[in-house]
Design a protein around this ligand. Structure first.
Ligand code: GRF
Length: 196
């Protein structure tokens, strides 16, 4: 049995697309059963639809700042389709203790830095400004602290002398698209492994 996964996106959804592509392999241990966004205009929703995957937009704006109420609606949508694991992929809202608690140990995120270095935004710019010679991306479990959960996998890229924020971002993104499907596969296989 494949692990049932929902991908939460905020916009472009290129990592979601990489997960969808990996999940087309019959041997892949997870299936993407839902792509969900808080942003009805997220272009990734159209990509998912074109791939034949059910989508749902739950706009946060009508909730007028009641973040927990918005997450109650998301949680209900996930449970309604039997989701077992949630993958955040460019989902730009910080989760409240409600959703993090409800899905503890079952929410993954991809972050464009070698955590614990550079949590938060503008990671490529900050890595360049700090003169790093290595940068990369991390898949981690989501806990209450932003970008703080246990690390599941990382990919390293060299920072080249003539790198700009854009070239470094593009280089890291290529690794993100490789790392996230691999990390989800490992995670799904571990979940399915019978207890000794
Ligand atoms: C990626 O760089 C990811 O690491 C970060 O947000 C970006 C999302 O890009 N969390 P995409 O929507 O997957 O193309």
């Amino acid at each position: 049995m494949k692990i049932r996964v929902a991908v939460l996106i905020g916009g472009r959804g290129s990592n979601m697309d990489a997960l969808l592509a990996a999940a087309r392999d019959p041997a892949y241990p997870a299936e993407i059963v839902l792509v969900l966004s808080n942003n009805p205009a997220a272009s990734g929703l159209a990509t998912a639809t074109a791939a034949g995957v059910p989508i749902l937009a739950i706009d946060h704006r009508p909730y007028k700042g009641d973040r927990a109420a918005h997450e109650v609606a998301i949680d209900a949508a996930l449970r309604a389709v039997g989701v077992e694991v949630v993958c955040l992929a460019g989902y730009m809202r910080v989760l409240t203790p409600f959703l993090v608690g409800a899905w503890a140990g079952r929410i993954l995120n991809i972050h464009p830095s070698l955590l614990p270095a550079y949590p938060g935004l503008h990671t490529h710019r900050r890595a360049l400004e700090a003169g790093e010679t290595q940068h990369g991306c991390t898949v981690h479990l989501v806990t209450q602290g932003v970008d703080e959960g246990p690390i599941l996998a990382q990919a390293v890229v060299p920072v080249l002398p003539d790198d700009t924020e854009a070239t470094l971002a593009a280089c890291v993104l290529i690794q993100e698209h490789r790392l996230y499907p691999a990390a989800l596969a490992d995670f799904a296989r571990a979940l399915r492994r019978p207890l000794p």
